[in-house]
Design a protein around this ligand. Structure first.
Ligand code: ADP
Ligand code: MG
Length: 298
């Protein structure tokens, strides 16, 4: 269990990047979902021992992570958002080098371990190819291979799917789901689908604050029977927006396809009930947070 208690990070400026974040994260994949600038990378760097928080506590299985980061390192796997590569090395040589840096060894030697790890992330047949020839998804899989080296208890993965095509993303999901057995995997993302596909639990973070912590099923379930979809003209949309909470709208061929949140079911003609999605829940959270902030200012 990873316990994060009242974590605060203020960068010089001052920029309040984390404003008191608390989370209990059990084994399995936990999603940290939030827009750019929410504080995801800041949180993950602190967990990885690369950045000192302004205040707060973090424990992993009861051990204070911040007081003794060196105790955590052997049990930690970290894939940073900007995972650097050595383009002229082969995948195998690069991983071998990273294992050396990390101080991870294996009975059969690092070379053999590098090959074994590459096979686990489906890069066995590309092990000898230069990293510069790898696709974005293959590069991210090298990142995962180095993160799981040494069988860490905690894996922290920062926005791994940004920039992957759908096929690579699915492959990446399978690998992550596989390795989440018996360990804590914290995955940050701004992509709702990552959470919907992978995470039994997740939290939404925005402007350094947690807005909610829940499960995808519960987040959707709370909107059951309250989401409607229909088409309206741009003028009608304005009118609807005054009375209803518009979750999202897309202008398609001159009219808006809009989704509304209307718990009382009082919607304009032509709107039909639809199954709520996790995206609906996420967008509504953002909207409500905007409204709450506007009310604070007023
Ligand atoms: P995310 O990963 O969710 O996009 P970050 O943790 O990178 O968010 O950033 C959170 C906030 O902190 C942003 O406003 C960002 O501009 C700011 N920030 C991040 N790193 C620094 C830094 N080194 N110095 C000052 N401000 C920073
Ligand atoms: Mg980030």
């Amino acid at each position: 269990m990873l316990k994060i208690h009242d974590l605060v990070k203020v960068y010089p400026g001052p920029v309040p990047a984390l404003q008191g974040v608390s989370l209990d994260i059990p084994e399995g994949i936990f999603g940290l979902l939030g827009p750019n600038g929410a504080g995801k990378s800041t949180l993950m760097k602190i967990l990885a021992g690369l950045l000192e928080p302004t205040s707060g506590r973090v424990t992993l299985d009861g051990v204070d992570v911040l007081a003794s980061p060196e105790k955590l390192w052997p049990r930690l796997g970290y894939l940073p958002q900007d995972f650097g590569l050595y383009p002229h090395l082969s995948g195998e040589a690069m991983l071998h080098f990273l294992l050396e840096l990390k101080g991870v060894d294996a009975p059969g030697g690092r070379r053999a371990l590098a090959r074994e790890l590459l096979a686990r992330v489906n890069l066995g047949s590309a092990a000898r190819r230069k990293v510069k020839e790898y696709s974005g998804g293959m590069r991210q899989r090298v990142g995962i291979a180095q993160a799981i080296a040494g069988d860490p208890r905690l894996i922290v993965i920062d926005e791994p799917t940004a920039g992957l095509d759908p096929e690579e993303r699915l492959r990446f999901y399978r690998i992550l789901a596989d390795l989440a057995q018996d360990r804590v995997v914290l995955l940050s993302t701004h992509i709702v689908e990552d959470v919907a596909r992978l995470c039994p639990r997740f939290a939404i973070i925005r402007q350094g604050r947690l807005l909610t912590e829940t499960t995808p099923a519960r987040a959707r379930g709370e909107l059951d029977g309250a989401v409607f979809e229909g088409r309206v003209s741009p003028a009608e949309l304005q009118e609807v927006g005054r009375r209803q909470r518009v979750i999202q709208s897309i202008l398609v061929a001159g009219s808006h396809r809009a989704r509304l949140y209307a718990p009382d079911g009082d919607v304009p003609r032509g709107f039909e009930p639809v199954d709520p999605t996790l995206e609906d829940a996420y967008l509504l959270q953002m909207r409500d947070d905007d409204a709450a902030r506007a009310a604070e200012v007023a």
